[in-house]
Design a binder for this molecule. Structure first.
Ligand code: IPM
Ligand code: MG
Length: 387
């Protein structure tokens, strides 16, 4: 009996390895990053997602259209609104990322994406993979860049979370060997680790940072985390002015709350799951996940998203128009910067800081006691005009 189930599990494992080896070949074949300046037209896809997603994403789109009005007029920039990345459609076709949506996404260069509902066991939806995760994999968006800043506390961190491997690469394809035994897979590749390490160091170099911190649990998860750490150490040799620190995830989680220690961290590079966890903790210092934006960068595509959930209850209660658009607008800042409009990115970031933390003429409460998302977007645009 055991022989049989072991053989079945082995077969499954074989399939997993085949898929991962094929992915490695695809990574190796990928060329350089897109040079947006050389493109005749940059296509920005706007994918609202579900729950409050469409409402807040529409506001971020308005702001981008306002800032890029000349480029839209001249044809250098075009917006494509992509429908269908909703939980209803995904459930209907039983796909984490429906083929028709993926085909539309692939026509764009960069994507602004609202939150999408991630089902879990027991939900009324089929337990399909997260659309975020599927999109990151399908478009090979390997670097999840998450900045966190609290200037008055000396916090200025940029996380480079590996975005396609680790516990996520085969996250929805573990094996239930039998009722007693379940096994998941953690994947680290040479190519995948090297490209994220290089992205972190390149950023550090460009931004004049002096330290990159690699976070793993290489003392216990020896094979995959060990490889990740070794590769970071190898890549570090190409960046003589930048020091590489090596921390374990448990103590790093603790040290982020140590006011003396935490100000020393600058750029952090880490495998997928640790990055997922640590960036939520980090965002909390800045006011929570609702205040942070996130860039998912690959060589051919890039996607920019809010890092909070889709808050379906707000929609059920008719409150989606009061949802806070600030996280997705932060993502829009990163999008502008990524496609080469750094000056406008700075302006939008400055206006956001003024509206959210300094002047605070309007507040968002998530209900009719506060401003609507559209009113807040107007406020940001008015503020930008004064800068
Ligand atoms: C994030 C989210 C996703 C992740 C979820 C929604 C699958 O938590 O972007 O950090 O785990 O990556
Ligand atoms: Mg997360």
């Amino acid at each position: 009996m055991n022989e049989e189930i072991i053989a079945k599990a082995k077969e499954h494992f074989g399939e997993v390895l085949k898929e991962q080896l094929a992915r490695v070949e695809r990574m190796k074949a990928e060329k350089d990053f897109v040079d947006y300046e050389k493109l005749d037209q940059i296509i920005i896809g706007v994918c609202g997602g579900d729950g409050i997603g469409p409402a807040i994403t529409a506001q971020a789109q308005r702001i981008l259209e306002f800032l890029l009005a000349d480029e839209v007029k001249s044809g250098k920039v075009k917006f494509n609104v992509i429908e269908g990345c909703t939980i209803e459609h995904r459930a209907e076709v039983n796909q984490a990322l429906p083929d028709d949506v993926l085909a539309e996404l692939k026509k764009c260069h960069v994507i602004l994406k609202g939150p999408t509902t991630t089902p879990r066991a027991g939900d009324p939806w089929p337990n399909i993979e997260s659309a975020n995760v599927a999109m990151r994999k399908a478009l090979d968006l390997f670097a999840n860049v998450r900045p966190v800043k609290v200037p008055e506390q000396g916090i200025d961190w940029t996380f480079y979370r590996e975005n396609t491997e680790g516990g996520y690469a085969v996250g929805s394809k573990g094996v239930h060997v039998n009722d007693d035994l379940a096994v998941d897979f953690v994947v680290t590749t040479q190519e995948g680790s090297e490209r994220i390490a290089r992205a972190a160091f390149e950023y550090a170099k460009k931004a004049g940072k002096t330290r990159v911190t690699c976070v793993t649990k290489a003392n216990v998860v020896k094979t995959t985390d060990g490889k990740f750490l070794n590769i970071c150490q190898e890549v570090a040799k190409d960046y003589p002015g930048i020091e590489l620190d090596d921390w374990y995830i448990d103590i790093m989680t603790a040290k982020l709350v140590d006011p003396k220690r935490r100000t020393q961290f600058q750029v952090l590079v880490l495998p997928n799951l640790y990055g997922d966890i640590l960036t939520d903790e980090a965002a909390e210092f800045q006011g929570g996940v609702g205040t942070a934006g996130s860039a998912n960068i690959g060589k051919r595509y890039a996607m920019f998203e809010a890092i909070h959930g889709s808050a379906p209850r707000m929609v059920q209660e008719g409150r989606d128009k009061y949802a806070d658009p600030c996280s997705i607008i932060r993502a829009a800042v990163m999008l502008l910067e990524h496609i080469g409009y750094a000056d406008r990115a700075k302006k939008l970031e400055r206006a956001l800081d003024i509206c959210m933390y300094e002047e605070k003429k309007l507040t968002i409460t998530g209900r009719d006691t506060g401003a609507t998302s559209a009113e807040f977007a107007d406020y940001i645009m008015e503020t930008m005009q004064k800068l």
